[in-house]
Design a protein around this ligand. Structure first.
Ligand SMILES: [Zn+2]
Length: 284
């Protein structure tokens, strides 16, 4: 790393550059067009020394990690992301001062549909949402820095999808937002497998998710496995792809045995199926 940096500085001196050098910025964003629920990879290369790099999207700062000689960040979208143009602001501080570059991502509205469910009224208490939010916030507070994967994620069970991502959920006649995950039909007791290499950060019972396992895959990416009949792991354990995290059940806010598979990308709940194919999100 250091010898290359010196080479760049020497080259600049040879060109007769006077004063502090501005680092040239190369920005690579993929994909440039998404549907709500998909994520975007931001890669940034600089050819000179930098003291600080920031990525801001929609007023939120997105954490970066090192990837080879570049900086990388993942940006999630969801049904809450306004369709149209999403602007990615990148600022780089170096000896030459601060530079800002912008790039645009086109976000298309998803056509997700509506589902109507009947559940025990006590499960619709907003306090339960708050209990879950706090536990998830604690579990995701210290994310693993660099991605632990270099290939596509796999579906955690083989069953068919019974409720897709983004469907508007109406419980007992009241709209309760969007279904921010994917439901698979599977019999109680079916093994649920880690979608990707990761570290267990949550494995317990919650009022709405039921028995839940959450894995940290690095790079700000977390997956959840919910409504389990039983969890099979403890926090802190390193998992390889395909290892059993628990077993299908119907605990928490659930109307029958199924697996709810969720994914968070730096706090935004995205469609995990977007990570099961080869592409910019799952490439090394
Ligand atoms: Zn679900």
């Amino acid at each position: 790393m250091r010898p290359r940096l010196l080479a760049v500085l020497v080259a600049l001196a040879a060109l007769g550059s006077s004063g502090p050098a501005e680092a040239a910025i190369g920005l690579d964003i993929a994909p440039r067009r998404v549907v709500q629920g998909q994520a975007v990879r931001v890669r940034l290369r600089t050819d000179g020394p930098v003291s600080r790099v920031r990525v801001v999207v929609g007023g939120r700062m997105i954490p970066l990690h090192r990837h080879g000689g570049a900086y990388q960040a993942f940006v999630g979208t969801s049904p809450a992301t306004r369709p149209g143009v999403l602007v990615v602001h990148v600022s780089v501080e170096s000896g030459g001062g601060q530079q800002t570059v912008r790039a645009q991502v086109r976000v298309r509205a998803g056509d997700f549909g509506v589902r109507r469910l009947r559940v025990a009224p006590e499960l619709l208490d907003p306090k339960l949402v708050e209990v879950e939010r706090r536990r998830v916030a604690a579990a995701t507070a210290r994310p693993w820095g660099t991605p632990l994967w270099a290939d596509p994620f796999r579906r955690p069970v083989d069953g068919p999808v019974t409720s897709g991502y983004g469907v508007r959920s109406v419980y007992n006649g009241v709209t309760r937002g969007y279904h921010l995950g994917v439901d698979f039909r599977a019999a109680t007791g079916t093994p649920v497998r880690a979608a990707q290499r990761g570290v267990v950060v949550l494995a317990e019972g919650l009022p709405l998710s039921g028995n839940i396992v959450m894995l940290d895959h690095g790079g700000g990416i977390f997956t959840t496995y919910q409504h389990l009949s039983r969890v099979a792991v403890r926090p802190g354990r390193r998992m390889v792809q395909g290892e059993v995290v628990g077993f299908v059940g119907s605990t928490g806010l659930s109307t029958g045995p199924h697996l709810h598979w969720g994914m968070r990308v730096n706090g935004v709940r995205v469609n995990p199926l977007g990570w099961t194919a080869a592409g910019p999100l799952t490439a090394p």
